[in-house]
Design a protein around this ligand. Structure first.
Ligand code: G6P
Length: 617
């Protein structure tokens, strides 16, 4: 969690840090702060650290800075999602001890031990955070290091050797005012290479106004940034060469693009995101799918697991239907947080597919490491380039959704479905279970999806109306069968996440085993009823709801004649292959959740208590 930025160069640093933090706020937003090195007043006058930080969103910090912002050209900034220590002014970053200020993303696991030994040496602390000890440790090490050009780098390196856990750290020191030092272990950091200036950030959007040339730091990397140079070394002090990458995302793609919220923008980006995810991966003759160079021989796959969390888990559940139907390979789908702790039966020859938007989810990362330890091969489906999960996998397929800023995942979900469909097609053809004719039909259906997604977005107005009608509901049920069951789960999750309405998704067939007891006029029920193998059964479930006075919104295939008489509201979506229908039917559910939240006036892009990327357990 947490967003980090650091800058060294000729520009006034405070406004620059604030702008970058604004782009990183989706990573956490319970407090924010900056630390800036003052300019020397006279030649040799010592520099000072000016730290301003406070609890609350970035706007709170901006308010404080409006009364007098630190002036300088070297600084660091942070936007926080609390892990150790409640959200408060004292726990907000940057944390400072004497000449040293740090910002940190991650968790220091042995911090209590370190804090105790620092206390024994006379240190006192001003916060409850694990981060503060890093500033103390670096300060202690600085005292041991001879003055010289690499003093801060060496002291940071030594201090971090004592630290266990996850960190992305950026360090500023008054004794070494012409450099910033940063280090990465498990949490992301990207260096931005400018002209006479350099930057460091948790994520690319913060860098885009300044540069498109970046270096993704890797595990155990430390980097020393001066105005004109960036050096990367390992914890062992040995220089490391890291490739410079050119970012092709437009700056606009990381901004709202005229929409009221990022989430709405991202819902509308889905036709483009799906097109990009399919680009160059479909073969027409003979019909099949390419997985960016990864070839899977299904006869060599003993068992197939899919691991993920949150929305990515729902996509994975759809993946099971896709792979089992097209390739007839049994698939086990697991929540990464459960898998890692249940001593899973995984062996060499097993293939684990990790699905993650951010590529940084701690539970998913730990789960794949567990699987690797037991000899499995890991293939990941991720959205964020060079993030930790793809880097830990032997092969990856990126979802090309572009940056997803809204905490509630939308375009990442639909593109994950596409990636899983490509995987299923690939396996189906190679296993011999998918005929050439069926594969050609599937390829044709995949190709038609972006246009159908554009079409389904036209339901937005109807969903906005429905949101006004049902926005006062206290609870809601979502029902679906087969591949629509995970969509019922996902629709309910979307509503919960952003509107705070209690919602549950159920397999429609399970209605009679409990949820039916909840039905009355106060419980709206959203039923997923596209024309597929489960349609008739869903109609019976829907009638059961109606018979008990429930109000029903049905999502069905255009041209449906049966539902108008049964449901209170019918939302029609384009006809599509039943296994790809989740890509389409989820869109009205995303729009419904969005408009309910907007109607209720909740914070759509940054819902309470949630974070986009959960890099802690
Ligand atoms: C968080 C986000 C969810 C996301 C989940 C898994 O809870 O708020 O939107 O689905 O993490 O994240 P991942 O990046 O691994 O897909």
């Amino acid at each position: 969690m947490c967003g980090i930025i650091g800058y060294i160069g000729p520009k006034q640093v405070t406004p620059l840090l604030l702008e970058a933090l604004r782009r990183l706020e989706y990573r956490g937003y319970d407090s924010a702060g900056v630390a800036v090195l003052s300019e020397p007043v006279t030649g040799e006058a010592p520099r000072e650290l000016q730290v301003v930080r406070c609890r609350g969103k970035l706007s709170e910090l901006e308010g404080q800075l409006a009364e007098g912002a630190p002036v300088g050209h070297v600084g660091i900034g942070h936007t926080r999602w609390a892990t150790h220590g409640r959200p408060s002014d004292e726990n907000a970053h940057p944390h400072r001890f004497r000449s040293v200020a740090v910002v940190h993303n991650g968790i220091i696991e042995n911090y209590l031990l370190l804090k105790r030994s620092l206390s024994d040496r006379g240190h006192t602390f001003s916060s409850e955070t694990d981060t503060e000890i890093i500033a103390h440790l670096i300060w202690e090490e600085l005292a041991q290091v001879e003055p010289g050009p690499d003093r801060l780098l060496l002291a940071t390196r030594r201090a971090l050797k004592l630290v266990e856990g996850a960190y992305a750290v950026v360090v500023l020191c008054t004794d070494t005012p012409d450099e910033i030092v940063c280090a990465k272990s498990a949490s992301p950091l990207v260096v931005g290479l400018g002209d006479g200036e350099n930057l460091i950030a948790s994520d690319v959007p913060a860098l885009l106004p300044h540069t498109r040339r970046v270096i993704f730091l890797e595990e155990g990397d430390l980097a020393q940034l001066t105005r004109s140079r960036v050096r990367v070394v390992g914890l062992d002090g040995i220089e490391r060469q890291r490739p410079v990458r050119q970012i092709t995302w437009s700056l606009l793609a990381a901004e709202k693009d005229g929409y009221k919220h990022f989430m709405l923008k991202e819902i509308h980006e889905q036709p483009r995101a799906v097109t990009d995810t399919l680009r160059g991966r479909l073969l027409h003759s003979p019909p099949s799918a390419l997985l960016d160079g990864f070839e899977i021989d299904p006869t060599q796959v003993r068992r197939l697991f899919i691991l993920a969390c949150g929305t990515s888990y729902h996509a994975s559940l759809v993946g099971k239907y896709l792979i089992e139907s097209l390739a007839r390979i049994p698939v086990e789908v697991d929540l990464a947080s459960e898998f890692r702790y249940r001593d899973p039966i995984v062996k060499p020859g097993d293939l684990v597919v990790a699905v993650s938007q951010s590529g940084e989810t701690a539970d998913t990362l730990a789960a794949i490491r567990e699987a690797q330890k037991k000899g499995a091969q890991v293939f990941s489906i991720a959205n964020v380039l060079d993030s930790s999960i793809p880097r830990a996998s032997s092969h990856s397929l990126y979802t090309h959704a572009g940056p997803e800023i809204g905490v509630a995942s939308t375009k990442a979900f639909t593109t994950q479905l596409i990636a899983l469909a490509l995987l299923a097609l690939h396996l189906g053809r190679r296993s011999g279970n998918l005929s050439e004719e069926a594969a050609a039909d599937f390829v044709h259906e995949l190709t038609a999806l972006p246009a159908k997604l554009s079409q389904v977005l036209h339901t937005a107005e109807q969903l906005q109306q429905l949101a006004r009608t049902y926005g006062h509901a206290r609870d809601m049920l979502y029902l679906g069968r087969g591949p629509q069951f995970p969509i019922a789960l996902e629709g309910a999750l979307k509503l919960k996440e952003i509107s705070y309405i209690h919602a549950e998704g159920f397999a429609a067939g399970e209605m009679k085993h409990g949820p039916i007891a909840l039905i009355d006029e106060g419980m709206p029920v959203l039923v997923l009823a596209p024309h597929d193998g489960g349609y008739e059964k869903v109609l019976s479930n829907l009638s059961e709801v109606k018979a008990r006075g429930g109000r029903v919104i049905a999502i069905t295939t255009e041209g449906d004649r049966s539902l108008t008489a049964l449901a209170d509201h019918v939302v029609e979506v384009p006809a599509v292959h039943p296994l790809l229908a989740p890509v389409i039917t989820v869109v009205p559910l995303q729009l419904f959740a969005y408009y309910v939240a907007d109607f209720k006036g909740t914070d759509v892009d940054q819902p309470r208590n949630l974070a986009k990327s959960v890099t802690v357990e």
